[in-house]
Ligand binder design. Sequence first.
Ligand SMILES: Cc1cc2nc3c(=O)[nH]c(=O)nc-3n(C[C@H](O)[C@H](O)[C@H](O)COP(=O)(O)O)c2cc1C
Length: 178
Amino acid sequence: MNIVLGVTGSISAYKAVDIMRIFQKNNHQVSVIMTRAAQELIPAYTFETFAPGNVFTEMFERRQDPVLHVSICDRNDLLLIAPATANIIGKMANGIADDLLSSTYLAFYKKVVIAPAMNTHMLEHPAVLENIARLKARGVEVIEPVEGSLACKYEGKGKLPAPEDIYNYVVNLKPTHV
Ligand SMILES: Cc1cc2nc3c(=O)[nH]c(=O)nc-3n(C[C@H](O)[C@H](O)[C@H](O)COP(=O)(O)O)c2cc1C
């Protein structure tokens, strides 16, 4: 399977490296799209080391393939956004396309999976709950965050599941979904 891994600005963004590695070790091809906030938390270079030439961060960049947000959809089977911030979820639910990842989501006509990760109160905010419900209703697969101790020192729901669990969730999706 060819997957696009979207990485957003959650403190758990570093775990996306392990998510990428598990897919790669199981012979899946991974391209990575990082938001600017994600790059504040983990350097693109780390992903680039394991996926040379397949890490993208900018919408407007001089490259061979200028309309990447469209062509990347044709070349891939699934878009996995892990971790998914409250912000990207809000943009997805409202059709906002103001960067490479959110534009790719709107252009992506195949399976989309998100793994939300955030502070418990953010997760429980009606705006976030409504946005997640809207995405589910449109067929987006949502990997539920788990309970645990969060980086913000809270104890509760909002933690990104273990990379292995995210991998297993994705590869066990029904074939019609992938
Ligand atoms: C240290 C730190 C950790 C953050 N962790 C999260 C998080 O886990 N989940 C979340 O939704 N936002 C988190 N944020 C806020 C996002 O980075 C912020 O909303 C940003 O605009 C998200 O942009 P993006 O969705 O384009 O990546 C965090 C911010 C900081 C400074």
